[in-house]
Design a protein around this ligand. Sequence first.
Ligand code: NDP
Length: 443
Amino acid sequence: MNYVERVLNNIKEKYSHEKEFVQAITEVLESLKVVISKNEEFYEKNAILERLVTPDRIIKFRVPWVNDKGEIKVNMGYRIQWNNAIGPYKGGLRLHPSVNESILKFLAFEQTFKNSLTTLPMGGGKGGSDFDPKGKSDREVMAFCQSFMTELYKYIGPNTDVPAGDIGVGAREIGYLYGQYKRLTSNYEGVLTGKGLTYGGSLIRTEATGYGLLYMTEALLKKHEMSLKDKKIVVSGAGNVAIYAIEKAYQLGALPITCSDSNGFIYDPNGIDLALLKELKEVKRVRIKEYLNYKKDATYYDGKKPFMIKCDIALPCATQNELTLEDAKMLVNNGVIAVLEGANMPSTLEATSYFKEHHVLFVPGKAANAGGVLTSGLEMTQNSMRLSWTREEVDNKLKTIMNELYQNMLNVLKTYNLEEDYVLGSNIAGFLKVVDAMVKQGF
Ligand code: NDP
């Protein structure tokens, strides 16, 4: 048994109850075999893999808050600081009832590689709570965020750990979290990203993950002498990533025809009405089904996923493991050319393998959705310099770095004489930088 297999088996045995964590570790370690095998003794002597799969620390805390009926509620809060070899911990906060240690560990681990890929100096972390902001009043969300930050502030800082948004954490939640941090510390500093534009936020941060996803799609198609013009795109999700993926898809000449939430999906053959989608999801915060009240040509599929719709490109932008082997088969049968992950690990391992076997161009989330954290990195830079770049400046930097990131994966594949496999490319490229920093800093 080689070094990778020994570490992997140990993880599988020890954490068999943490499905998502084991899945993420398996994908990454399997793809590192080609690098590790070239110098196994060195990596093992430095215990590189054991150190990489173990977080620096897991902070876990009680979050009490009072609802509008005056009842005290209690949730679990977490911050996982995974690896800070190349910069302060950085990664989002997720508020969703499904949040648990396994999910946050997989996200923090993946984040370490993603942040390394962006070329910016950011380590990896992730956090959140099983609190569900859906259906809560603004006051309830504020009460929760204030209580959450009352514990979290002890562990974060602009040079220590800089959280951001994720599922269930948008501009509203970041505002409440920042307000409480400021109250507790008296410091007005760049401790969170995704802030509002009036208090240190960066233009384009809201749009960044979706926009970056489309910039990478464009680069991928260009390499294959294709363009986005008139390509039919299936998008899942109707949150931050999905909305701005749809926006940029239109700007680049494509036709996004679906969006979804956890109840079902909308298929609009004329193209998703972006203004309506924003109104429903960003302003009214209602279920996606409401789209039908305004668009008679559209169809709503209750309890179904949009991957059953024929398309050229699929962009899963909702959540982990939403795209299964069965979905992958439908996409391939319908002639999909490319799948790029807007969400984190939306494809199961089986679905990813199926795409590979059927020569579908596939880019995993840690590369395809890196535009969000990379623009968070740009927000941190602007905060440190105490200035604000224009929309065009930030957007140009985002596009340039997404293209560099894509090129970086191709270069790594070339160096190791590998075929066009972006799972390998992203994992190896992310790994090499983090490991170099870890080795140089000692154990
Ligand atoms: P949002 O909360 O804005 O939107 C999430 C969307 O996904 C909603 O439409 C939601 O529907 C749907 N969804 C959530 N959970 C499930 C589920 N269990 N089953 C089906 N649908 C679900 O989150 P984001 O758009 O910010 O994040 C989406 C994904 O992108 C996540 O994987 C996140 O980690 C990843 N990501 C986000 C980044 C960012 O900058 N925001 C950066 C990089 C990655 P419903 O309302 O019904 O829950």
